[in-house]
Design a protein around this ligand. Structure first.
Ligand code: PGA
Length: 246
């Protein structure tokens, strides 16, 4: 399976910095690993057009659970799809913590995104306190069951799951490859039960301080199919290294 590296640019980069990124990235990207980029939504069109030149797919960092209507400030997944958007990241811990998104809302967004023909990267992960009190598996299971409840439209092709231990996001602390593999194997076993027939084929990404110097050992783990990367995806040369193009 080709590994998938997803850049989550969060609320970073102005338009000029986006163009500069593609000037460097497109010149060297080999497609050895799949590369997807989620910029701020104001730069979506720019990233769709620049990314197209090197077969890089663009996506959203969030979307509405409705397709149209009186929802000031929201982004319609169906309109994003028409623009050429490939995917949406849903359930990121920053959305859950800062914007108080509940599993119920996230489940509704996953459904609407799938109805709109967007691929979904569904994020989940435990806090440090939950890990230290031995709750990791319970938390992951609950997040999967609640966030992916009633997902009759999910397929191996339109669903990607990203395990992001919250204590590793933006902190420089990475889960060891063994810790990440253990969590991924557990998530894989739940997905197999939940989606008989294709659960074992859903791509599982690891996220949380992935960098050029730890990516290879993470990707070498049996159940790690790629990475969801914040900080290290912002520099074109680092993102190239993550994509296997040094
Ligand atoms: P990080 O962010 O790579 O900066 O830890 C990962 C994420 O939030 O998806």
């Amino acid at each position: 399976m080709t590994k998938l590296i997803v850049a989550n640019w969060k609320m970073n980069k102005n338009a000029k910095a986006c163009f500069e990124f593609f000037d460097t990235f497109n010149a060297k990207y080999s497609s050895k690993r799949e590369a997807w980029i989620a910029p701020q939504s104001i730069h979506l069109n720019l990233v769709i057009n620049q990314g197209m030149k090197a077969n890089v797919k663009a996506g959203l960092q969030n979307c509405s659970d409705h397709t149209s209507g009186a929802f000031t400030g929201e982004i319609s997944p169906v309109n994003a799809k028409e623009l050429g958007t490939h995917f949406v990241i849903l359930g990121h811990s920053e959305r859950r913590e800062i914007f108080k998104e509940t599993s119920k809302t996230i489940a509704a967004k996953v459904k609407t995104a799938h109805q709109s023909d967007l691929k979904v990267i569904f994020c989940l992960g435990e806090t440090l306190a939950e890990r230290e009190s031995g709750m990791t598996e319970t938390v992951l299971k609950d997040q999967l069951n609640q966030g992916l409840s009633d997902q009759s439209l999910a397929t191996a092709d339109n669903l990607v799951v990203a395990y992001e231990p919250i204590w590793a996001i933006g902190t420089g602390k990475t889960a060891t490859p063994a810790m990440a593999q253990e969590a991924h194997a557990f998530i894989r076993s739940i997905l197999k039960d939940k989606f008989p027939g294709f659960g074992e084929k859903v791509r599982l990404l690891y996220g949380g301080s992935v960098k050029p110097d730890n990516v290879e050992e993470l990707l070498a783990q049996k159940d790690i199919d790629g990475g969801l990367v914040g900080g290290a995806s912002l520099k074109a040369n680092d993102f190239l290294a993550l994509c296997g193009d040094k």
